[in-house]
Write a protein of this length. Structure first.
Length: 91
């Protein structure tokens, strides 16, 4: 009798595993527009520079910080003036 109970339990587990593997994944509609999927990257690095005063203070520079023109006092200024990667970065 115990043996029959074990066989029935194993059968039920196998049936549950079989039908569980046939479950279809839920699908949802894509509600994002094409423009929302685009990624724009603007690289600005915080540095110490003396371009804006006699002492070294925080400044924010584009990737090529070898020139004063690529460094800015605020992060917002840097992001507004540095080249963006959309989707490829400029050389």
């Amino acid at each position: 009798m115990v043996r029959r109970g074990i066989v029935v339990a194993m059968f039920l587990i196998l049936v549950a595993m079989f039908f569980g593997s046939l479950a279809l994944p839920a699908r949802s509609a894509n509600s994002t527009s094409l423009d929302e999927r685009k990624v724009h990257l603007i690289f600005c690095a915080r540095s110490l520079c003396n371009y804006f005063g006699p002492t070294y203070d925080d400044c924010y520079c584009c990737p090529n910080d070898a020139r004063k023109e690529y460094c800015h006092v605020t992060l917002e200024e840097c992001r507004a003036n540095c080249a963006s990667c959309n989707p490829k970065c400029a050389p």
